[in-house]
Ligand binder design. Sequence first.
Ligand SMILES: Cc1cc2nc3c(=O)[nH]c(=O)nc-3n(C[C@H](O)[C@H](O)[C@H](O)COP(=O)(O)OP(=O)(O)OC[C@H]3O[C@@H](n4cnc5c(N)ncnc54)[C@H](O)[C@@H]3O)c2cc1C
Length: 388
Amino acid sequence: MHILTDERQLIRDAAREFTMKRVLPLANRLDPEKGAIPRELIDEMAELGYFSILIPEAYGGLGLGAYEYCLVAEQLARGWMSVASLIARGNGLIGALKALSPQKKAEVLPRMARGECLGAFALSEPNAGSDVANITCRAVRVGDEWEITGAKYWCTFADQADFILVFARTDPAVDARARHRGISAFMVEKPRGELPAGCQGSAIPKIGYYGWTTWELAFDRCRVPAASMVGEEGRGFYLATAGLETARAHTAARSIGLAQGALEDAIQYAKDRNQFGRAIAEFQAIRFKLATMATHTEAARALLYAVCERIDQGQRCDTEAAMVKLFASEMSERVTSEGLQIHGGAGYTTHFAAERYWRDARLTKIFEGTSEIQQRIVSDALLGKGAR
Ligand SMILES: Cc1cc2nc3c(=O)[nH]c(=O)nc-3n(C[C@H](O)[C@H](O)[C@H](O)COP(=O)(O)OP(=O)(O)OC[C@H]3O[C@@H](n4cnc5c(N)ncnc54)[C@H](O)[C@@H]3O)c2cc1C
């Protein structure tokens, strides 16, 4: 419905083709057995430039915008949400990594653009989820190094990444009125397939978002060079929130991709499945469900593109980004649930992808800021700040 430029259509169609040929068959095979996203697929994504969409051309990236990033993410999520999330392990960290020293940027960003240096993000802690300023993980300066000690929770891809972006308090004095101060960011580099020295982890038993592991991490005097600090000491919180508008648009794109997958599969199933001597697609109850699913998916897409335009024009749009994240993720849970319903009992098996879309859509309401946190952002914009 939305009119895309020729270039954007090409980008979208290429991502669609890659998804249907490569991502979807792998997801259908690996998700039911909780298998890992194969490294060959990651290499193919690197070849296509999917880790470099937002990286400036000067660093070997494609130098495109949130619009193109979200077009690709939506298509990949139509196949497997975890794969759509993976592209944020390059692009999604660029907001924070812009604060690296010029020398480090010249070293890291071209490798990131080529998919050779992908990151994990360790901000959340057992007692710091929505309230991220509550983090207690500490970093203490020891000579030319920093020593990181503390617990991190929900760190997806910690093992397979080439580095973990870790947020820790470098100033032990917590100002109760400005708890976000005194937090610093560290780029903890490590070999692929391992956790850093001085860090132990265990896998969190999640109910979806398979293809990679989400970790609980315990840092115990994990030593990193002083030069690993990203940006200024004590100002890491601003890096954690840099690029949040794009991250929320990216989550909306993932939600829309899942809804689109649910819709397409439900249409096919409705045509194939006969009951009462006819295809269930002939029953008005099913037809109206499909019409509503399509309408809600398209509405979220239109809002997403409008938000992307604003991000790419450099206009502040934190409220609108919260709106699209809220709207698209809530829509996605409803639409994927209806897709499952159209499959009847078959939807409640792993023989069809309908259950995967639904499980993964459920997560989009939780991460990158829960639906309630988005509602808080939007209501604060409408009414002024309320109770925290
Ligand atoms: C599968 C998965 C992968 C993740 N990957 C990563 C990752 O790679 N890196 C990372 O750092 N984090 C990651 N996260 C963490 C994610 O960002 C948090 O789960 C999320 O921010 C919510 O925090 P919480 O789980 O502690 O919930 P809580 O903050 O404890 O929230 C519990 C409930 O209270 C509500 N609530 C909290 N505060 C308010 C308020 N002020 N007003 C109204 N309602 C409120 C919430 O909306 C929610 O319903 C991941 C999470 C999951 C589930």
